[in-house]
Design a protein around this ligand. Structure first.
Ligand code: 5GP
Ligand code: ZN
Length: 117
């Protein structure tokens, strides 16, 4: 694993560092999970790698272990939040997908039947 330094201008790096407050719901050596500030479903959690990588594609290339850890942490969050009827995992990538924060993050959405679009 190469070093990916913290980006001083990155919101999610600041949350990982504890400099910006967030409601943390799960944590591992590699990942941090916290509630989305503007939830789009009854349960909406963001899971980020602790290291700064802008997109999931770069994360996959740089560190498949960290990518896998996001998904495993999502499962732990789903268990803890009682999402026994299922949940949706989303990686917005690039402007057309509406990616607003360029620190890779996995959205976990659940708690109701989710529409498509
Ligand atoms: P994106 O559109 O980049 O995939 O998702 C970024 C997400 O970050 C959005 O769902 C947005 O609501 C969330 N977000 C933006 N600013 C903050 C913040 O300061 N704290 C938290 N917890 N979530 C945020
Ligand atoms: Zn970052």
């Amino acid at each position: 694993m190469s070093d990916a330094p913290r980006d001083p201008d990155c919101l999610f790096c600041s949350i990982v560092a504890g400099d910006v407050p967030a409601t943390v719901v799960a944590s591992s050596e590699r990942s941090l999970a916290f509630r989305d500030i503007e939830p789009k479903a009854p349960v909406h959690v963001l899971i980020v790698p602790r290291r700064h990588l802008p997109t999931v594609a770069e994360l996959a290339q740089e560190s498949p272990e960290e990518l896998a850890d996001l998904v495993l942490t999502a499962r732990a969050v789903a268990d803890a939040e009682g999402l026994d009827q299922g949940y949706r995992l989303v990686f917005n990538t690039g402007p057309d997908a509406g990616q607003a924060v360029f620190h890779a993050h996995l959205h976990v959405l659940g708690g109701a039947a989710l529409g498509w679009r």
